[in-house]
Design a protein around this ligand. Structure first.
Ligand SMILES: *Cc1c(COP(=O)(O)O)cnc(C)c1O
Length: 224
């Protein structure tokens, strides 16, 4: 199946309320152009240099989402154009994003990444860390970041019950934070969860953004 066919199949399986981020990491510009021609406008990347290069080469109306671990010293390269940073995992990082966004006269949308998997390699915060940030004076003074919601990556397992549980936990975190800190804030509305192998489960658990790569573009080859 072609990229266009893959995209159409996935979109036919998504509810209207769920947005698709096409994860194009490691994939060539031509693949992204093909998806773009089919109407896809939101793309996700996990490396700053690759993201910046692709942004420079491709149409301006693409919305680029940073979905990978972000080092504070690299925020400045993506701050001028990034549409959303889904992988905020510390106050330190959020402060730098706010600072760089201000320099660019922008407000950058951010998701807090939560650790929901039972693996040690996945980045992310726990609820207490997020609560500490949201109740801090430093956070109250930030004017150039908008907290749009939460993001999480499930355990890489074939155990569907476990994946359901992990996404259910993330939805609970989302609901709790919403009622505790963002009750009157319409902007806090996104629940980014679900990848190629588990986006249908994520959708059942209430996802509003799914991040799908290999099911659209084929398997990634990290050796080239
Ligand atoms: C690579 C990646 C994806 C997409 O993974 P697929 O399994 O190819 O769909 C989604 N989210 C994050 C954070 C990723 O790093």
């Amino acid at each position: 199946m072609s990229i266009v066919d893959n995209l159409n199949k996935i979109k036919s399986e998504l509810r209207d309320s769920v947005r698709l981020v096409a994860v194009s990491k490691t994939k060539p510009l031509s693949d992204i152009e093909e998806a773009y021609k089919a109407g896809q406008r939101i793309f996700g990347e996990n490396k700053v240099q690759e993201l910046t290069e692709k942004h420079e080469s491709l149409p301006d109306d693409i919305q680029w989402h940073m979905i990978g671990h972000l080092q504070t010293n690299k925020v400045k390269y993506i701050a001028p154009f990034v549409s959303m940073i889904q992988s905020v995992d510390s106050l330190k990082l959020l402060k730098i994003i706010n600072k760089e966004a201000k320099k660019n006269n922008r407000v950058i949308k951010c998701l807090f990444q939560f650790f929901i998997a039972n693996e040690t390699t996945k980045f992310g915060m726990n609820k207490e860390e997020a609560e500490d940030i949201f109740s801090s004076d430093e956070f109250a003074e930030m004017e150039n970041v908008e907290i749009s919601g939460v993001m999480g990556v499930s355990t890489n397992t074939s155990d569907k019950d476990q994946i359901h549980r992990e996404f259910h936990d993330l939805k609970q975190i989302f609901d709790d934070l919403k009622s505790e800190y963002f009750n009157k804030n319409q902007n806090f509305c996104e629940l980014s969860m679900g990848m190629s192998h588990d986006f249908k489960i994520a959708q059942e658990e209430g996802s509003t953004i799914v991040r799908v790569g290999s099911l659209i573009f084929g398997n990634r080859n990290y050796n080239i």
